[in-house]
Design a protein. Structure first.
Lengths: 324, 175
């Protein structure tokens, strides 16, 4: 049974990830509607949840067109890369004690590696389309993601220092008493911003900025290939939310006093849900910055913050070690 | 047994992908094969007990440096003309000489490997040990590498600065 557990969990994540992403497309539009004082898709089925099914049928039956001027093999391969990379990223997420596919001592680095591989999807998709808007979108995404990957990795080093391990289980265990969102507040802020930039969602969706690049890197994509890009984006959103909960909000630990009332899996899911709602709220509230503003925010604000955080965390840890 | 099978599969993938990376005329296809080759090497690192090196191979080589390569190729926009030029450069009379010399080195390498008794350790090296080694016996190499990177940084800043001034985009000239 214990050997079968990771296989079953992997299948659950595979199906749950796709279903979750499909439901998120509807949930996001409804939530945006609430915040912008309108309805959103509310016609099909109870609360409009049938919209998910309608969208899926529409995407499945669309003509799956490959542009004759594109680089065909790369064009078809590109959308799969982001889905595969994001799905692989879930392999190291600890959902509850003992409930994870694999606990490796490089879990955090594995997650960073998978998110950095997901960049290729956008990049190759934009390049293979052989279209100027797609190319510009791909170029932007390359610069944006390579830059923000730097801060993303550095912002997590404070957490690694405090827990003394790259293993995500050890990091969650280290937060039994106090969550890292208090001591690593600077790291949390940078990680959230870099996380949005990595999953290229609004307000940082410059690779597909529709008012200037039509649809950016996926201008030439339609039907199921476009759906794969969307699936990858929502999987990325879920993965980043899972990582924020794991690294900064105590993973499966509930809040003090009432934490033991409900099972660990509930607390993990609940916190991930709150973070996803927060990301949707960001999308509704903040306009898209200009491209040079995004870059100067990254290199002139985020990088100094992460470096200061690293120095302070290191100094405090050394001081505490000396005092003990 | 399983580990040895996995090792040979990963090694075969790495070799085939590297050969294909060299022989493709389309620069993007060549780069994709190079990325696959790097991922295969990461798997090999993981199998011989260096998970930290494997993770860094993916994060830095496959995830960052290769992205910049693709970025540059996108900027150049080679297209069909680039393919034709590559095809002319890949004639046997051009690669025969280097290939012969490389074959001599390869034969020597095979001989050296066949004389050494299996040096591969199966104990996993943790991130902490890598860090201690880097900032202990190899600290000089780390410092030299950082100075090299700093030189590259200053150089690229200088080049970008001159380009901006030439086109009248320099924000200092507006004052």
């Amino acid at each position: 049974m214990s050997e079968l557990m990771p296989v079953l969990l992997a299948l659950t994540i595979l199906i749950g990830g796709v279903a979750g992403a499909a439901i998120l497309t509807w949930f996001e539009r409804r939530l945006l509607g609430v915040w912008q004082d309108r309805h959103g898709p509310n016609r099909l089925g109870p609360l409009g949840i049938g919209q998910v099914l309608a969208d899926m049928i529409k995407l499945l039956f669309k003509d799956d067109w490959v542009p004759p001027f594109s680089d065909k093999v790369v064009f078809i391969f590109a959308p799969t890369a982001i889905v595969v990379a994001m799905m692989m990223g879930f392999a190291v997420v600890p959902f509850a004690p003992g409930m994870m596919i694999i606990d490796v001592n490089i879990g955090l680095l594995f997650f960073l590696g998978m998110t950095s591989l997901a960049v290729y999807s956008v990049l190759l998709g934009g390049l293979a389309s052989n279209n100027k808007y797609a190319l510009l979108g791909g170029l932007r995404s390359a610069a944006q993601m390579v830059s923000y990957e730097v801060f993303m990795g550095l912002s997590l080093m404070g957490v690694v220092m405090m827990s003394g391990s790259f293993s995500l289980v050890d990091i969650v265990e280290a937060q039994t008493d106090v969550w890292f969102c208090f001591s690593q507040i600077l790291g949390l802020i940078v990680f959230v911003i870099a996380g949005i930039a990595e999953s290229h969602r609004l307000p940082f969706d410059l690779p597909e900025a529709e008012h200037e690049l039509t649809a950016g890197f996926h201008t030439e994509y339609g039907g199921m290939k476009f759906a794969m890009f969307m699936l990858g984006e929502y999987l990325g959103l879920m993965l980043i939310s899972c990582m924020i909960v794991t690294l900064f909000f105590g993973g499966w630990h509930g809040p003090a006093l009432i934490g033991h009332w409900l099972p660990p899996l509930f607390w993990f899911g609940f916190k991930v849900f709150i973070i996803i709602c927060f990301f949707v709220l960001l999308r509704a509230a903040i306009p898209r910055p200009r491209y040079d503003q995004l870059m100067s925010l990254g290199w002139k604000v985020m990088l100094p913050i992460t470096l200061i955080n690293l120095v302070i965390t290191g100094a405090v840890l050394l001081w505490m070690e000396g005092a003990a | 047994m399983l580990e040895i099978t996995l090792f040979y599969v990963a090694a075969t993938v790495a070799l085939v992908a590297t050969v294909l990376a060299m022989t493709r005329t389309n620069a993007i296809h060549a780069l994709i094969y190079l990325i696959v080759s790097l991922l295969a090497v990461a798997v090999i690192f993981f199998l011989i007990g260096a998970p930290f090196a494997a993770a860094l191979e993916i994060v830095i080589y496959a995830g960052a440096i290769m992205v910049l390569f693709v970025f540059v190729i996108m900027m150049l926009n080679l297209g069909e003309k680039g393919d034709q030029q590559e095809r002319q450069w890949l004639l046997p009379k051009i690669w025969a000489g280097p290939a012969l010399l490389a074959a001599v080195l390869f034969a020597e390498l095979l001989y050296v490997i066949s004389t050494v008794e299996g040096p591969v350790s199966t104990t996993a090296v943790s991130a902490k040990e890598v860090g201690l080694a880097l900032f202990g016996p190899y600290v000089l190499a780390v410092e030299i590498a950082s100075m090299l990177l700093l030189a590259g940084l200053v150089g690229s800043f200088h080049l970008g600065r001159r380009y901006l001034e030439r086109d009248g985009f320099d924000d200092r000239s507006e004052k």
